[in-house]
Design a protein around this ligand. Sequence first.
Ligand code: NAD
Length: 330
Amino acid sequence: MDDTTLGPGFGGVRFKAYPSTAAAVEEAQRLAAAMTLKHALAELPYGGAKSVIIDDGLHRDGSDRQALVARFGSFVARLGGLYIPGVDMGTTLADMTLIAQQGAKVYCAEHDPAPWTARGTYVALQAGAAHVYGSHDSHDSQSSDGANAVAGLRVSVQGVGSVGAALARLLAAAGAHLIVSDVDSGRARQVAAEVGGEVVDPAQAPFVDCDVFAPCAVSRVITTDGVERLRCRVVAGAANDPLDSPEVAEALRRRGVTVVPDYVANAGGVIHEHARAMGWPEAQLEDAVDAIGPRVAEILRAADQAQEPPLVTAARRGRDRLRQSGSRGS
Ligand SMILES: NC(=O)c1ccc[n+]([C@@H]2O[C@H](COP(=O)([O-])OP(=O)(O)OC[C@H]3O[C@@H](n4cnc5c(N)ncnc54)[C@H](O)[C@@H]3O)[C@@H](O)[C@H]2O)c1
């Protein structure tokens, strides 16, 4: 749990192997802090939280996995609604149902948020591409028309799971050239065939010759050492926490690489969950997710003006919202 100023902590459950328990805890803390900012910037009534289940290789499938997820669910139930879990890398809708069966409130048990996360990431990527490369529509440099902003660009998508594959399809339909990668090489080949793209080694995904790098898998994929090796001018993807440190954000800015803040780009999924819980009509949900595009464009312009990384601008705006909301509540 990071912050509950705006409401109960809401954030996904990540099921993944870690080099140590400390590394798992650190990742959960960093991701929870990003969830706080994500909800604040998307104007949602939730706090920031995240959880990880450490994959020890013994509980990946079948009844062993079910027992582990159920145990996790009992723990969440004891928190009495303070934490609302949802899906994240490595967890499924079935896992959320199992957690709910232990008495916990969950999101994502009935509807997969991934298509909405992909849609939001897509409009965020368009906004990043329009900001750096301009829109192909000369009348409106802030055009939200994806075909105009991304047509002809080379986009490297790292991780073509639920979100990455959907994003790749949207980009291909808009005329982008796709370079796809995944540690599951069969999946990478399948998606590449579908979108008419090429496959590269996942470790090389950030460094291939491309205009946009879209991290859609694990966290902290761009490190200080990697900054000089990037060839794109835009980083915009769904992966949470893609930069290794704040220093990397500043180094990228100095190098002329625009990083679209991850927690602004990938908010489509949480907006979708809130919309379902509130019974919003489809058009209201679509509008709220598509509003990510103009929000990103605005943050990028403000960051340029302030000569700071967009992540710094976005974090300040998120904290301002928390402060305003905290003082209204007191
Ligand atoms: N699902 C959502 O709605 C949602 C919402 C917000 C943020 N995100 C973030 O987006 C990212 C992807 O989420 P997802 O739901 O698509 O997960 P997923 O588990 O469906 O897909 C992840 C994919 O990445 C691949 N992968 C794992 N490690 C990799 C590596 N080192 N290099 C390349 N590929 C690798 C996996 O094989 C898999 O195909 C995660 O960082 C997640 O936290 C997802």
